[in-house]
Design a protein around this ligand. Sequence first.
Ligand SMILES: [Zn+2]
Ligand SMILES: [Zn+2]
Length: 608
Amino acid sequence: MYDRKPYKKKESVKPKSHNKHPRRRMVNRSNDFSYIETPKINSRIPKIEKDAVRVLIIGGVGEIGKNMYAIEYNDDIIILDCGFVFSVPEFPGVDAVIPNINYLIENKEKIRGMVITHGHLDHIGGIPYVIEQLGYPTIYSRELTLSVIKHRHVEYPKLKPLKTQLIEIESKLELGSTTVEFFEITHTMPDSVGVIINTKNGDVVFTVDVKINNDDGVVDKSEIETFSIFKNRNVLLSLCDSTNIEKEGFSQSEKVVSKTVNKIIKETPGRLIIASFASVISRNCSFIQTAIECGKKVVLEGRSMIKNLTIAIELGLLKVPKDAIISVEKASELDKNKYVIFATGSQAEEFAVLNRLANKTHRKLKLMKGDTILFSSSVIPGYERAVQNLKNNLSQAGATLITYETNEGVHATGHGNREDLKWIHSQIKPKFFIPVHGYHYMLVQHRKLMMDTCGLSEKDVAITNEGDIVEVSPDGKNFSILEEKMDNRLMVMDGNKIGPLSEIVIDDRRNLSTAGFVVIQMLVSKRTRTLKKSPDIITRGFIYIKESFDLMSDIRSKVKKSAEEEMSRSQSINIDDLKKKVYRDIGLYIFSETGKNPMIILNVIISY
Ligand SMILES: [Zn+2]
Ligand SMILES: [Zn+2]
């Protein structure tokens, strides 16, 4: 045990702020970025043989996030989806993690197009960050997806316009030596598609973010009809969503959610605020219809909520009378039960509406006693603590909360549970399988399900990591993961630069966030090999100096002693050795006194 001096904070003293707006965090909203040059390291990957099929696992396994896969066949590469992940707590300061596309850049001339399954950010978010480096390949998708992509693209004015081509379910695309077909997919985003890529040895089928419409386990006729296209097909390989592999039974039907929430909209007294994912467009449209049918007006709050629903109205997916959607100001003139507010922020996102309501920082909206907040969402893993705090603050502000935890009927997943997945596999009947869209343990469980219920053996299922290349041999018989990997370094958007993640920088940021820093400046006399004056010390985030005079003066004298000891060892001053000695001595001393390891920065000025 070390002896820690009590650095007690005085109740009356307010911490001094170091700048004018101590609480204002600068957020990188610049959509003008550049790339850090990275060395090419994919050259050792052997050329693909004729008729072999390769699946490039660029992102989306070992995580739920930046989905991006590609099929390489003969001289062609077809990209499937292009997602990204917003800043993650593990990498402080990083704005987004994007797919590592270096292999695609090196094989740019083979790219025949980018097919996008649906408009969720984990499938489209990466487009602005990679499209230029890929040479602007044509993006193929359905109307809503293309619309969401284009609306987002205008926020990046330095990029060229996108080349897009609208597809329908019945479309057949000739891309290089393959034909690409589509089928309807049930998900929380309208216009979702499954993709079929024809090859000589059978089809490659891609189904991410998929669930099966069902009524208490009875599969809907529409699904049976959709999947009947696989009756006489020879499916060589399929890739499928693993998000809900741990959940037994069939997924909850959207019909149940509609019924439950419709009842809540009709019966809740006072003001109702519905918080849901802005991306769950189908469901939000259905809630809005209900509110309007009940004679209520609708207020949309939150940038992504307004944007997505505006697109839905533009495309005719949501049909509303002209005066049905009103502003907050207009709503405040109405009786509280005459309108419903649709808001973002169910995961406690920092700048979203709910958080601002909870913090009382929303400019136009204030929570009132008697308000009801309905969370039509479940908590995304990793956000539990933040959501708990949010609920606590909302409750303290007087709101009544209805959540998925207290009423399962208010939310349904967009991803199939085990029975959904079993049913899908029994329709597609692939020869080989790659589970995707999930953490490693989910992929392994998905393999077990495939082996237990679909007759595949362990070697028929590939458990992959990002950077893996899965290959089916030219005769269609062998299925393996190549030993050679694609460049799989984590690519991040850090400020306005895109490049590989620097572990050293991230480690420093982590340290700074837990212990702050101490800058020590020493003025050294070359002649006397002593310090000319007591060292200057600046700290931030380490300790409150005004209340730690003893510690500061102890550090000053330790620095002086340590530096002079080192300099007395020889006739000349070696700055590196001097820094090393002071760094070590002061680091140990600070830790023994405070239990903290702040970053120590030494600055030595030599005076003659
Ligand atoms: Zn999705
Ligand atoms: Zn997804």
